[in-house]
Ligand binder design. Structure first.
Ligand code: RP5
Length: 168
C-alpha cells in the first residue's frame, strides 16, 4: 500500500535540469576559497566560456556534492573544476559521481601543511580508476585554461567508459 505523503523527496537540483547549464562548473570547498578561484572565473569569462561557481564541501555537505556531480552532465556541464584546501577530498568525490573530466586545484591557506602540500597530495594521489587532473597549488588560472583546452577537443571519442575490471 502506497503512502504518497511518505514518498522520498527528489533531489532539489533535479528541478534545474531543464535549464541550460554552463560548460564549466567550478566547485570550492569553502567560502574562504572564493578569492583564490577568481582568476579561473576571469579566465573563463575572457574566453567567453559559460561557468558557474558553487560552494560545496565534501565533508560538510557530501549529499550536495553527490547531487551536483551526478547531475552536472545532464545540465550541460562538460568540465568540472574542483578546488579545496587541507585534506582536499572534493575533486576525488566529484570524480566518483561523474564521467565528466575533473580538474583539481589544491589550495593553500594559513591552515595548510607545507604551503598546500596536504591538498596537493590529496588531489594528485587518486587511486587508479578514478582520475583527477591536478594543477599546481593555487593554480586556478591553469585549471581554467586546461578546461578550455578540453572543451576545444570537440568530443571525437564517444565510447562508453571502461568496465571496472579494466580499470584495476
Ligand atoms: C577545505 O578546508 C576548504 O576547501 C578550505 O580550503 C579549507 C578550510 O575551510 P574553512 O575552514 O575556511 O571553511 O575544506
Amino acid at each position: 500500500m502506497s503512502h504518497p505523503e511518505a514518498a522520498p523527496q527528489p533531489f532539489a537540483i533535479f528541478e534545474e535540469l531543464e535549464g541550460d547549464g554552463p560548460l564549466v562548473g567550478i566547485l570550492i570547498g569553502s567560502e574562504s576559497d572564493r578569492e583564490l578561484l577568481e582568476t579561473a572565473v576571469d579566465e573563463l569569462n575572457q574566453r567567453g566560456i559559460s561557468n558557474e561557481l558553487r560552494v560545496l564541501s565534501a565533508h560538510r555537505d557530501p549529499r550536495g556534492v553527490a547531487e551536483y556531480a551526478s547531475t552536472a552532465a545532464l545540465r550541460g556541464v562538460r568540465v568540472i573544476i574542483a578546488a579545496a584546501g587541507m585534506a582536499a577530498a572534493l575533486p576525488g568525490v566529484v570524480a566518483a559521481y561523474t564521467e565528466l573530466p575533473v580538474i583539481g586545484v589544491p589550495l593553500s591557506s594559513s591552515k595548510s601543511v607545507m604551503g598546500g602540500l596536504d591538498a596537493l597530495l590529496s588531489i594528485v594521489q587518486m587511486p587508479p580508476g578514478v582520475p583527477v587532473a591536478c594543477v599546481s597549488v593555487n593554480g586556478a588560472k591553469n585549471a581554467a585554461i586546461l578546461a578550455a583546452k578540453i572543451l576545444a577537443q570537440g568530443g571525437s571519442y564517444q565510447g562508453p567508459p571502461l568496465p571496472p575490471t579494466a580499470m584495476a
